[in-house]
Design a protein around this ligand. Structure first.
Ligand code: UGA
Length: 433
């Protein structure tokens, strides 16, 4: 099938190369000319494991082409995916101007009947608005509208997209469902379930899933606060909770909390949508408040270790919001850096991928070339992102370069015993082991 993907960010680009990989012909476009040039040169504009290889093969095979405009991309296609950003406004409401402009441009460029698919996370009700624009701009073309939310995670986006747990499609007509079934046949033929709902249910499901995942993270972090006071170990509590299939172990790792472009934005947008619908869903902002508390709690621990933070160095290992990405949006490490800088500490950070992006966001942050350079002269070292390379840290070497031997493990990732043996005061989140 010929398809168009509007927006070449984490969701759009992964969607494009995934569909190319299973045999469709994909035209991808974006409003960012620099991104388009990079893609034409075969370069992936951001780091995502496996994406560069898939991009190279799909450009070489000609299954992915890069279009300058939406009009060019939608020429002759059966499906157009909208994968543009939906950032929060000051009120928390999702800003849908890019979705509106995309719908307008798709309608203007459409050469025949096609299904417009929302892949970006949007509030329930957006499909109705999109459908109205399509009908107004090009009343003679038969458009279908579908919501097909993405469940991929950064850091494992390619694998998640090639091997989804399930595919969710909400559509507004039998014809649109037919098109979506054909599009996803390479996946459903392999046994991946395709769940069909009405459009509003699909839109709402995406918000509900993300809010619930964020709730799990905030819940276990609140349990961690109690565990610290009563001498329990939150890791064992999480394992025990997770062994009940009704709960599930996923998203129950206590630590610095969640970051990334999705959870925070989606919680705000979901809260706003609920209020508009007449329901004050107060749990949603509380999830964000608990998340902020997680960073503040680690910051307090670091301050305790420093005693007087002024002029002392703190080393942050990991700056990305999670391992496997160079994305620093809402990264807890950067929030922690800001809190410590405000107290007068000097903050030096190291990240295998996200250093430059972090520095662009927090100018006062010093960057180091490796963990040991970051630790040199520091009074406290904080593990912020659980990159695999930090599992093998040489504790005696770290101890030899630091000014004071204190480690705060913000992801319960390091070997506490090895740290203590090297002379460190070690503390994790939600336990005292
Ligand atoms: C999340 C969802 O997991 C995806 O299903 C969804 O498609 C995506 O948002 C989206 O809406 O685009 P992502 O933000 O990439 O994906 O990453 P997650 O693996 O969900 O992690 C989110 C944050 O929670 C990270 O900062 C991570 O460190 C933190 N986290 C995760 C914890 O603090 N504890 C955990 O147990 C798990």
């Amino acid at each position: 099938m010929k398809i168009a993907v509007v927006g070449a960010g984490h969701v759009g680009l992964v969607t494009a190369v995934t569909f190319a990989h299973v045999g469709h012909d994909v035209a991808v476009t974006d409003t960012d000319a620099e991104k388009l040039s990079m893609l034409r040169a075969g370069e992936c504009p951001f780091f995502e494991p496996g994406l560069q290889d898939l991009l190279t093969t799909s450009l070489e095979s000609g299954r992915v082409s890069v279009a300058d405009t939406v009009g060019e991309a939608v020429d002759g296609v059966e499906v157009a995916f909208v994968c543009v950003g939906t950032p929060p406004r000051a009120s928390g409401e999702a800003n849908l101007i890019a979705v509106e402009k995309s719908a307008q441009a798709i309608a203007e460029g459409a050469t025949g009947s096609l299904v417009v698919v929302e892949k970006s996370t949007v509030p329930a009700g957006t499909a109705g608005r999109v459908g109205a624009i399509l009908a107004k701009v090009a009343p003679d073309i038969g458009f279908g509208v579908a919501s097909n939310p993405e469940f991929l995670r950064e850091g494992s986006a390619v694998q998640d997209s090639l091997h989804p747990e399930r595919i969710l499609v909400g559509a507004d007509s039998p014809e649109a469902f037919d098109v979506m079934r054909r599009l996803y046949a390479p996946f459903t033929d392999e046994g991946v379930p395709l769940v069909e709902t009405d459009v509003a249910t699909a839109e709402l499901s995406k918000h509900a899933v993300n809010a619930f995942l964020a709730l799990k993270v905030s819940f276990i972090n609140a349990v961690a606060r109690v565990a610290e006071s009563v001498g329990a170990d939150v890791r064992d509590v999480a394992d025990l909770m997770g062994s009940d299939p009704r709960v599930g172990r996923g998203m129950l790792n206590a630590g610095l909390g969640f970051g990334g472009s999705c959870f925070h934005k989606d919680l705000l947008a979901f809260h706003h949508l609920s209020a508009q619908a007449g329901y004050d869903f107060r749990l949603l902002p509380e999830i964000i408040r608990l998340n902020e508390e997680s960073v503040a709690s680690v910051a307090k621990r670091v301050e305790d270790a420093l005693w007087n933070p002024e002029g002392k160095r703190v080393a942050l290992l990991g700056l990305a919001f999670k391992p496997g990405t160079d994305d620093i949006r809402f990264a807890p490490a950067l929030e922690l850096a800001r809190l410590l800088l405000a107290k007068g500490a000097a903050v030096v950070g190291y990240d295998p991928q996200a250093g430059a992006a972090a520095k662009a966001e927090v100018a006062e942050l010093e960057l180091a070339a490796d963990p040991y350079e970051a630790a040199a002269g520091a009074s406290c070292l904080v593990l912020c992102t659980e990159w695999e390379e930090f599992a093998g840290l040489d504790m005696p070497r770290l101890a030899s370069v630091m000014d004071e031997r204190s480690i705060v493990d913000g992801r319960n990732f390091l070997d506490g015993e090895a740290a203590r043996s090297a002379g460190f005061t070690y503390s994790g989140v939600g336990h005292s082991k």
